[in-house]
Ligand binder design. Structure first.
Ligand code: ADP
Ligand code: MG
Length: 631
């Protein structure tokens, strides 16, 4: 196999350009990135070796080591981890396998705070070119032949043979002139302490020391000439953060660890660190990020926590540890109960995992509750980022429905500030029995609802539901602390004045009976019924639905998911108190038919729906305008 040249993918070139130039002042992070890759490679090996003992062979002492060569000006980072095949080298170090790269490049171009972003999209390895002119990677898998990857970071890389005989990867950095500091013992010590102290594998470095020989009792021999000795020293403490006492851990350590496991460079919004005893014994260190990732609703691959068993890393993103509606969580869980020789298959059905998940779910929900009570501003920040995800739990987690409901916030007809259901219930007027809500895409649309007037008149507040998922999950809540949750556009809504409205409706139906019949005939294709409603106040008409009917937004959502929804006709409600009704009732059935469709279409618009035939609507409206302006 002779050397072969490959071009970098365009996105890699763009990225290299940006990484090298805009992150230059933070170039020291290259070391953290390469060590984190080495640690990942050791994790992978350890996990694979649980199933395949032969992988480890005699090379069982998993480790990372740095080598400095002053003369050559090289810094080498080695690991005896999983290693890379020729294909893996091409795929991992020639392209960017992560989908968010374009996003990243765009953001980095604009951002002054580039370092906050690097790594979030998996550009870790390329940071090596911030410190090095040339990077050589020699790698070997347990049963493969070794390969080398060489690049100056200038558009291409070369693959060739490698003389490496041991398993793992070695990364040789030919340091730039101005980066020679990374050969200095103390600089490296500091960097490892700063960024990689928690790495679970030992990170060694050869240190040269002058030592005076000692006698048999260990006392230095006087007059003996100091001798140069090479000692291998461990640079990191390796102490898993989650096993330590909270009081001993600084905010900085917590944040650094977050960056490490979340592959993110923002700060966590909240940290949950605890140990559980009783039915299940485990420790967990959980983070709620400050910002939702751009793919929170599209991707599920990064859902989960890192699972450890008695300090031994088992797997990344263990999906069995948290419910999907808490997928914003990052962190680790370390179990004392699970057997160490687990396989992925066992993990599929382990009841211990289920217990941990239950415990973590309760803990997270109670932490959020406390946060909401103690620091509402912070909670609101969380809610705006992750509230829509949390709500999925109303559907999926029956057991914790009430606890999730307590965490909900909504803007209302009274305020665009967010209020909880408890706030709402506390402020209810004495005669109000139920909780009312209205789904609408925007606040403007909600405020335009014809149904709002009747509740306003009674001084009843209405929750505004703006998330698409609301309409799906809020009805499933049925009630909150004994109070029913009701949509205000339901046809049989009772505001406690049923007798009175029924009487008025009946009266109107008698008075304008022929109008009602003509409209029913004219609109029979569009609506299931035309009725009078004493609840409409300002609007001439509105649409209402049978309880449980699917709204226009939901229909859109179902259609987008490729599901067919049965057509559900609504009810056109007319306001008998509106002056237009008396006027309309005096018209001939032919004229009424044209106006009927205008009435229906305006009700559709006020309902947040789309017109079936906008052209027809515009034509009718313009005909009307023409008549009005002629007069
Ligand atoms: P990330 O670590 O986020 O995946 P990187 O750019 O840091 O992104 O690394 C790219 C990929 O290269 C890794 O996912 C891994 O597959 C591979 N890789 C990098 N360093 C090593 C290593 N020391 N041993 C094995 N594979 C490695
Ligand atoms: Mg990496």
């Amino acid at each position: 196999m002779s050397a072969e040249k490959f071009e970098f993918k365009t996105e890699v070139n763009q990225l290299l350009e940006l990484v090298i130039h805009s992150l230059y002042s933070h170039r020291e992070i290259f070391l953290r990135e390469l060590i984190s890759n080495a640690s990942d490679a050791l994790d992978k090996l350890r996990f694979e070796s649980l199933k395949n003992k032969d992988l480890l062979g005699t090379d069982t002492d998993l480790r990372i080591k740095l080598f400095r060569d002053d003369k050559a000006g090289t810094l080498t980072i080695t690991d005896n981890g999983i290693g890379m095949t020729r294909e893996a080298l091409i795929n991992n170090l020639g392209t960017i396998a992560h989908s968010g790269t374009k996003d990243f490049v765009e953001k980095l171009k604009k951002a002054k705070d580039g370092p906050e972003l690097i790594g979030q999209f998996g550009v870790g390895f390329y940071s090596a070119f911030m410190a090095a002119d040339k990077v050589t990677v020699n790698s070997k898998t347990a049963d493969g032949t070794a390969c080398s990857w060489i690049s100056a970071g200038q558009g291409n890389f070369e693959l060739g043979e490698s003389a490496k005989t041991t398993r793992g990867t070695e990364i040789i950095l030919q340091l730039k002139k101005e980066s020679r500091e990374y050969l200095d013992e103390y600089t490296l010590r500091d960097l490892i302490k700063k960024y990689s102290d928690y790495v679970e594998y030992p990170i060694y470095m050869d240190i040269e020391r002058e030592e005076v020989s000692k006698d048999a009792d260990g006392k230095p021999i006087e007059k003996a000439k100091p001798e140069k000795k090479i000692i291998e020293e461990k640079l990191n403490s390796q102490k898993a953060l989650w096993t330590r006492n909270k009081s001993e851990i600084s905010a900085e350590e917590y944040n650094d660890f977050y960056k490490h496991i979340a592959h993110s460079y923002d700060k966590p919004l909240e940290i949950i660190h605890y140990s559980a005893e009783g039915v299940s014994e485990f420790r967990a260190l959980l983070y709620i990020p400050e910002q939702a990732p751009f793919d929170l609703f599209t991707k599920e691959s990064s859902l989960g926590l890192n699972l450890y068993i008695k300090r031994v890393f088992i797997m990344h993103d263990c999906k069995k540890l948290i419910p999907e509606y808490l997928r914003f969580l990052k962190g680790v869980a370390d179990s004392n109960d699970l057997p160490l020789n687990v396989s992925r298959e066992i993990l599929q059905e382990d009841t211990q995992l289920e217990k941990i998940k239950k415990n973590i779910t309760k803990k997270v929900l109670s932490t959020l509750k406390t946060l909401k009570e103690k620091d509402f501003e912070k909670y609101l920040k969380f809610y705006k980022e992750f509230g829509a995800v949390l709500k999925e739990g109303l559907h999926y987690d029956y057991e914790n429905k009430e606890a999730i409901a307590e965490l909900l916030l909504f803007p209302t007809s009274n305020t665009d500030k967010y209020r909880s259901l408890d706030n709402y219930v506390t402020d209810m007027p004495k005669d109000q029995k139920d909780i009312y809500y209205l789904s609408a895409e925007t606040r403007g649309q909600a405020l335009a609802s014809p149904h709002l007037g009747a509740l306003k008149a009674k001084n009843y507040e209405v929750l505004f539901l703006h998330d698409v998922i609301d309409e799906f999950v809020i009805p499933q809540l049925f009630e909150y602390k004994g109070k029913k949750l009701l949509p205000i556009n339901s046809a049989d809504l009772d505001l406690g004045d049923k007798k009175d409205t029924e009487h008025k409706t009946k009266e109107a139906a008698e008075k304008f009976g022929s109008l009602l019949n003509s409209l029913k005939t004219a609109l029979s294709a569009q609506v299931q019924d035309v009725r009078f409603s004493a609840r409409l106040t300002d609007s001439v008409c509105g649409l209402s639905a049978d309880t449980g009917a699917i709204s226009p937004q939901m229909q859109k959502m179902f259609k987008a998911m490729g599901q067919t929804v049965p057509e559900q006709k609504k009810i056109l409600e007319l306001n008998p108190g509106h002056p237009l009704i008396a006027k309309l009732s005096a018209l001939t059935p032919e004229r009424l038919s044209a106006y009927g469709s205008l009435l229906y279409n305006q009700a559709v618009l006020a309902d947040g729906g789309k017109l079936d035939d906008p052209l027809e609507f515009i034509k009718q409206l313009n005909d009307l305008l023409l008549k009005a302006t002629e007069a």
